[in-house]
Design a protein around this ligand. Sequence first.
Ligand code: PLP
Length: 347
Amino acid sequence: MKPKKNLIAATMLAGAATALSFLSAGQAQAQGALVMYCGVQEEWCRAMTTAFERETGIKVSMTRKSSGEIYAQVKAEAANPRADIWWGGTGDPHMQAAEEGLTVEYKSPKLAELQDWAVRQWEQSKQRTVGIYSGALGFGYNTELIKSKGIPEPKCWADLLNPKLKDEVQMADPNSSGTAYTLLATIVQIMGEDKGFDYLKALHKNVNQYTKSGAAPAKAMALGETTAGIAFMHDIVTMVVDKAPVKVVAPCEGTGYEIGSMSIIKGAKNMDSAKKFYDWALTPEAQKLGAEAKSYQVPSNKNTPVPPQAPKLSEIKLINFDFAKYGSSEERKRLLSKWDNEVKNLP
Ligand code: PLP
């Protein structure tokens, strides 16, 4: 009896010790951990994760999603946030999250090194999101398909309505994709709301698929799965650099652009790590990783070299994009539900 009792006591002690060692490992991990929601291309997300882990020893758990999907997840998790930092993707859902109190104010010591447009994003969001890169919206086409189908090369937004492009244009769904929401806001700003929605309804006839991610149409063009596609110009450049038969177009009527953004989640469990990542992500060393991962946006730190492949914003007819208005919670919700009701469900 006695030895058995001792055995039980010893087993219990060993169990308690194991539980204790688990607890302390868990605590140590919590101090050196970061949960990141990443809104750019998977390759760039992975490069950022690896470099930050190497630089700081902080273990990063990264999830890649499209801009609108991250916003929806952050909102759903607000009572018990899983993520600490939201890095990348278009600025509009970051602005909406800021207004809805899902993210927190932070003033990085790196702010002084940033371009005016990046700082303006920070000011307009009451210090809750900051610009990390910028890039213009456009479209592209597969040069071989357009030639073989005898379709004139599109140069303007209006040209995408050519009946010869029926079922030949791909774009993303603006609910999930920041790229496609940028299109929605751009068309409304260029044409006015009524004419803009007429345009989007007419475009719907030529759309073969509304993809979840904004960069998907660029990849589909490169693979010859669609003749034309709407995307950020830098995402189409990535395909050109990979020698795909694709041409990038800056639309003749003018176009909108994005301010890719970064925010710290309210209630982040690893707040110190989130701030470390935030400061690091604004350095030229971190921002250079974009071009190395074949993402050719214009970086927000004035000292980060602009990749030579990046479409030159000064040479593109950019509209005076109203980021505060189109990033506001009310306007973003209103436009998305109008697009759902009046465009997406058309036959
Ligand atoms: N990937 C790149 C390279 C981008 O520039 C952007 C825009 O911020 C995104 C992804 C956003 O993707 P989505 O339209 O899927 O939200």
